[in-house]
Design a protein around this ligand. Structure first.
Ligand code: FAD
Length: 411
């Protein structure tokens, strides 16, 4: 059988199996561009597999934005395999349920019990975590395996040798380049062979974290902290998702609305008053919560159609995470997919016995990851439609079917 085929088949059988500690017979020099969640997962997994890892990060310091993140069982399964069970329990909140409400009245239209059930049904818990905390635990995990170079913006990539050129003019020669440089990826443009931008989705998000202290003093909001749920409110062209993080001391709120010309950035601050103006007339819990917000970070939400390939034809550059499959956050899977990519590429490259196998292993990685990540991108787009129905027949049909499932659930 061709090498790539047999490696894919072999990997397909093993990919759900805990990485077995195997080390590659040949150690590659690997440059990872980007020290985000995906880059760190790849640094840990490829480093653990015996390769020499350099991570190049444009930012002058390591730090993450103040926002919460949902870690679904497919992601916690990996983190737990990597020995992070105890620390996760310490720094996360485990939601008891998922509840969706009608925007104007607050009527509950959907309810699914989570808690222990996640572990029973999906083999691993569902947690809410602060992004900075998730980044920190992955950073600590990867540190023994990587040489991290901050202030190192990559401005050019030569796919043939391959090399990367930094803003300082320094040229770094390597065996393999992993583009983990996020939604505005430069490495992606080299892989696809020309300018290639993500596309605006028409939506933008405000994100804010408030202290739960004031919530606990308000009888209407107290239950949101006492019984931690993944809480959603769906309305015309908008929705709000909210949940507890950091031992229920903080409450994370994501407010999705039609894009009004916001910038794609991890750190742009929007006006809290403008944010509130989008949600006038929403039920009292939402308006009260938003009333506590002092500063909100603002994101233009971008995604893109699946790329034709994640691997450069020369077989020495590969993409992962948002660099190749940016998606709307409506299935809470962007980081999960990026971290899964890192796990799969590390597992595959632990099997390297000869340098000539690199292109085949990259193809194997793409074959394993592409269908799953692309399907997730598309389903996140579908949720954009479902969450944002205007009041009318489609919204009524959605709510009726959700309520039927809720009644079956609650008995
Ligand atoms: P990034 O995290 O963007 O990291 C890229 C890194 O590369 C950055 O550190 C950047 O500085 C660096 N870089 C970029 N260019 C260069 C260069 N030229 N040279 C050197 N370094 C460079 N996902 C979930 O799983 N669950 C959620 O609940 C969730 N909620 C979300 C809510 C919102 C509102 C948004 C916008 C996203 C959400 N996501 C969620 C998605 C998730 O945040 C992303 O998918 C994830 O961060 C992608 O990780 P990454 O490592 O691919 O890219």
């Amino acid at each position: 059988k061709p090498l790539a085929t047999s490696m894919v088949e072999d990997a397909m059988k093993k990919i759900e199996v805990l990485y077995d500690g195997r080390k590659a017979k040949v150690a590659l020099d690997i440059v990872i561009v980007g020290c985000g969640l995906g880059g760190l997962a790849a640094a840990f997994c490829l480093g653990q597999a015996g390769h020499k890892i350099t991570v190049l990060e444009s930012a002058p310091a390591i730090g993450e934005v103040g926002a919460g993140i949902q870690t679904t069982p497919n992601l916690t399964r990996l983190l737990i395999r990597w020995g992070l069970d105890a620390v996760l329990k310490e720094i996360t909140v485990e939601p008891e349920a998922l509840a969706f409400h009608r925007w104007s009245t607050g009527e509950r239209v959907a309810y699914t019990r989570w808690g222990d059930r996640m572990e029973r049904d999906h083999g691993s818990p569902y947690y809410h975590i602060h992004r900075a905390d998730l980044h920190k635990i992955l950073f600590d995990l990867a540190t023994p395996y990587m040489d991290l170079r901050l202030n190192s913006r990559v401005i050019a990539v030569d796919p043939t040798i391959p090399t990367v050129t930094l803003m300082s003019g320094e040229v770094i020669k390597t065996d393999l380049i992993v583009g983990a440089d996020g939604i505005k990826s430069l490495v992606r443009e080299v892989v696809v062979g020309g300018p290639d931008k993500p596309v605006p989705t028409g939506d933008a998000a405000y994100r804010a974290i408030i202290s739960t202290e004031s919530m606990l003093k308000d009888p209407l909001l107290k239950p949101l902290v006492d019984t931690p749920e993944m809480c959603g409110w769906m309305g015309p062209d908008k929705h709000v998702m909210a949940y507890n993080i950091r031992g229920k001391k903080e409450y994370n709120i994501v407010m999705i609305h039609p894009d009004d010309g916001s910038v794609e950035s991890w750190s742009a601050e929007g006006s809290a008053d403008t944010m509130r103006s989008y949600f006038v007339g929403w039920e009292p819990r939402v308006t009260k919560l938003l009333g506590f917000v002092k500063t909100a970070l603002q994101w233009k939400l971008m995604d893109r159609a699946p790329l034709d390939t994640w691997v450069h034809p020369e077989g020495k550059i590969v993409l992962l995470g948002d660099a190749c499959h940016p998606m709307l956050p409506y299935r809470a899977q962007g980081s999960a997919m990026a971290i899964e990519d890192g796990a799969v590429i590390g597992n595959l490259f632990s099997r390297l016995t000869d340098r000539s196998q690199v292109p085949a292993l990259l193809q194997a990685y793409q074959s394993l990851r592409y269908p799953r990540a692309s399907a997730t991108q598309s389903s996140a787009r579908l949720n954009q439609k479902i969450f944002h129905y205007h009041d009318g027949p489609e919204q009524e049909a959605r709510d009726t079917s959700m309520k039927a499932a809720m009644l079956a659930e609650l008995g």
